[in-house]
Write a protein that binds this ligand. Structure first.
Ligand SMILES: Cc1ncc(COP(=O)(O)O)c(C=O)c1O
Length: 437
């Protein structure tokens, strides 16, 4: 911990208040200050209203025991609770207690299953017969395909062509679970286009189809509903931290793409004013923006975004001065999105959440550091949180929880390629992989 840190940490948070039930997180109107809302074509309004009604009945009021069944399936199929583990080497390195919330150990290898399982189950309760979803890194697609197979629902996943090439193992996993994978070739072939294509499908099939959105984005009720399904991360982490360490953490860290990992990890800590919340977004190759080319070589919409409307909600977006959405970039496909959830944008404006951008190089270093010091290979998305730890540990308090949102198996090919392209000081000798034996 830094000597210049002025926060009081003598008695960190040992008088942690007991928790209100998660269901009281509120925002039933889907408005977070200026952000959120329901900016959708008329054709989708009945589906959105039907979903808002189902969210209220089944998720908020546990009608027909929906939430009980959800929790039971998260435990038996998903493997919850995931552990909160002390990271011994990182604690020593940074001279602070570092704890890892191990969402990489959730079935499927990422936090995405919490939301996918919740929504596919909700679709069943609503009497829907078909599931559609979009995916960037493939983690949400994989989670949705697994949940759909588990609950016996036919499933179609839209995925940008470029992401298909970056995430081949995940595409195969979706197909193994019986889902159809539809390549999206418009635009840059990444998450933004995949979401637009899935919205188009939904507009034509709303009667019998549920669209499982993969993050806290989209029109109300998606942002609050996805947050509530993901909030199990912070419900567990908060209890585990109190049980293991006798108090609340001083800092909670999570990487942010659309923001479901972040809001899931923060939700139960938002009212704990002593806990600092750090949302780590992708700084890409630079935070500079090339307006003329319409390219932001980063995905730092909390840092560099301006207010606008995308995919059904008002939020912070990477856009040019004409309001055109810019191409984003990140070494990790799961963070490569030009927007962010409205709740996260709001909490940043309110000063409750601190946004920090970590660039591709620092993320790669974080990827190697967690792998070779703690024996945990993180997803490249997650690696940004460890890049943050290396760069900002002196600003943190004495007890830090970092969410390991996913494991890195899906990223091994990308990690070989990206490591080879740069001088990563803590990487192994790559010649065996790049030049042949
Ligand atoms: C492991 C992992 N972490 C984080 C993210 C970012 O998404 P979100 O911000 O919605 O959690 C993704 C997205 O695919 C992911 O796969």
């Amino acid at each position: 911990m830094s000597e210049t840190d002025t926060r009081t940490t003598e008695e960190p948070n040992d008088t942690a208040p007991s928790r209100r039930p998660g269901r009281e997180r509120g925002r039933d109107d889907g408005k977070f200050g200026r952000y959120g809302g329901q900016y959708v074509p008329e054709a989708l309004m009945p589906a959105i209203e039907e979903l808002a009604d189902a969210y209220g009945r089944y998720v908020l009021n546990n009608e027909d025991g929906f939430m009980d069944e959800f929790r039971e399936r998260l435990a038996d199929f998903g493997g919850r609770p995931t552990p909160l583990q002390r990271a011994d080497r990182l604690s020593e390195r940074y001279d602070t207690e570092v704890y890892l919330k191990r969402e990489d150990l959730l079935h499927g290898g990422a936090h995405k299953l919490n939301n996918a399982l919740g929504q596919v189950l909700l679709a069943k309760y609503m009497g829907k017969e078909r599931i559609i979803a979009e995916t960037g890194a493939g983690q949400h697609g994989t989670a949705t395909a697994m949940a759909a197979a588990h609950l016996d629902m036919p499933c179609t996943i839209y995925m940008g062509e470029r992401d298909i090439n970056r995430q081949r193992p995940n595409v195969f996993r979706m197909k193994l679970n019986g889902s159809e994978v539809k390549p999206v070739t418009t635009g840059r072939g990444t998450l933004k286009e995949a979401i637009s294509e899935t919205m188009r499908d939904w507009a034509e099939t709303v009667e019998d189809t549920h669209y499982v959105i993969g993050s806290i984005v989209g029109p109300h009720p998606f942002p609050v509903m996805v947050r509530d399904f993901q909030a199990v991360i912070s419900e567990e982490a908060r209890e585990q931290a109190i049980e293991k360490t006798g108090g609340l953490p001083t800092d909670v860290v999570a990487c942010a793409g659309g923001g479901s990992n972040t809001m899931g990890t923060f939700a139960e800590f938002v009212d704990d004013e002593s806990v600092a919340l750090h949302a780590v977004e992708a700084g890409g190759s630079t935070l500079e923006v090339d307006e003329a080319a319409g390219v932001a070589p980063n995905s730092a919409s909390l840092y560099a975004g301006e207010e606008g409307v995308l995919h059904g909600a008002r939020t912070k977006l990477l856009q040019d001065s004409d309001g055109q959405i810019m191409e984003s970039h990140s070494v990790s496909s799961g963070l490569d999105y030009a927007g962010v959830g409205p709740e996260l944008a709001y909490l940043v404006d309110e000063g409750r959440v601190s946004p920090v951008a970590v660039d591709d190089d620092a993320a790669l270093e974080g990827f190697h550091r967690l792998s070779n010091t703690e024996g945990i290979i993180p997803a490249l998305e997650t690696a940004h949180a460890f890049g943050f730890l290396e760069e900002h540990h002196e600003e943190l308090g004495e007890r830090v929880v970092v969410n390991v949102s996913g494991r890195g198996d899906k990223d091994l090919d990308a990690a070989i390629e990206e490591t080879d392209q740069r001088d990563v000081p803590n990487a192994p000798d790559m010649s065996m992989f790049t030049e042949g034996m």
